[in-house]
Design a protein around this ligand. Structure first.
Ligand code: ZN
Length: 285
């Protein structure tokens, strides 16, 4: 019997797997497909909430690894797969200069580590961030670059010969937020007198980030996975700012905020046109 089709998502920090890809991970796991997450950094420069910050800081990497393990268990995405880098912190902070940070990582070495993960798991579909990394964090930009190069290098036998047998990833997608969705959320939040995490811009064409709707390659309905996705989010307890937007979305807006996941189609080995509603379109037996 052929092994089931596989999805692998490349993320920067523990918790990133939930917002952009928690729905697809949960949905495809329920369908019986193979799913996995590679997390590039240990998240040790993240914020600390709901626990003593000073006591937790030295062991934050360990705490976040346990939270990641629980999130992945809920999503059905196996065990944590870490690339082994330190969190680089937000752009312009001292963490950017740490030689052990992902931002300062030797590019070739980082690609090689991810190629090893890809050749071991053998995904048919790979998902990472768009070129802006969703919101511009250095580790997200680096994850985008490393993942796109690794997705190609993985299939070439002469590259990283010690990292396993070559494997061809057949479709590559970039998780993104459509500008229309951001603008719609801003309009609705303003109407209710609530602050928006995206600023106050209310017209899609005025937004400095996000993706134009005509560039979307796939929009996946994950409303059936909403409860799983929110449970996985809550597993990242150290990261849950009680005042954060994501924890305080009015219940009737949860589907709007979390019910679809959107992607740019970076490349596909199978004929694909228009907006797909399934990342495995064209690959299923
Ligand atoms: Zn992140």
């Amino acid at each position: 019997m052929e092994p089931a089709l596989g999805l692998l998502c490349v993320h920067a920090h523990p918790d990133d797997e939930v917002i952009a890809t928690g729905g697809i991970l949960a949905r495809y796991a329920v369908e019986g497909l193979r799913t996995a997450v590679v997390t590039c950094t240990n998240g040790d420069r993240g914020e600390i909430h709901n626990m003593d910050a000073d006591a937790t800081r030295p062991r934050l990497a360990e705490v976040r690894r346990a939270e990641l393990a629980e999130s992945l268990r809920l999503l059905g995405a196996g065990e944590p797969r870490l690339l082994g880098y330190r969190d680089s912190g937000m752009l312009g902070t001292p963490g950017n200069d740490d030689p052990a940070s992902f931002w300062r990582a030797d590019f070739d070495q980082a690609v090689g580590r991810l190629v090893g993960q890809l050749r071991a798991f053998r995904p048919d579909v790979l998902v990472t961030y768009d070129a802006f990394g969703g919101y511009g964090h250095p580790d997200h930009l680096q994850a985008h670059r490393v993942a796109l190069v690794a997705a190609e290098a993985c299939a070439i036998p002469a590259l990283y010969p010690d990292a396993g047998d070559p494997w061809r990833v057949r479709k590559v997608y970039l998780a993104t937020i459509p500008r229309s969705a951001i603008a719609a959320a801003n309009v609705e939040l303003a109407r209710r007198g609530l602050p928006s995490p995206f600023g106050e811009v209310q017209r899609p064409e005025d937004l400095p980030f996000g993706t134009a709707d005509e560039e979307l390659g796939a929009v996946v309905d994950v409303r059936a996975q909403l409860a799983t996705k929110l449970a996985a989010l809550r597993a990242h307890r150290s990261q849950l700012d009680p005042t954060s937007f994501f924890l305080n979305i009015p219940a009737d807006l949860e589907e709007l905020a979390f019910g679809v996941e959107c992607f740019v189609r970076q490349r596909s080995d199978v004929v694909a046109s228009g907006v797909e509603d399934d990342l495995f379109a064209g690959l299923r037996p």
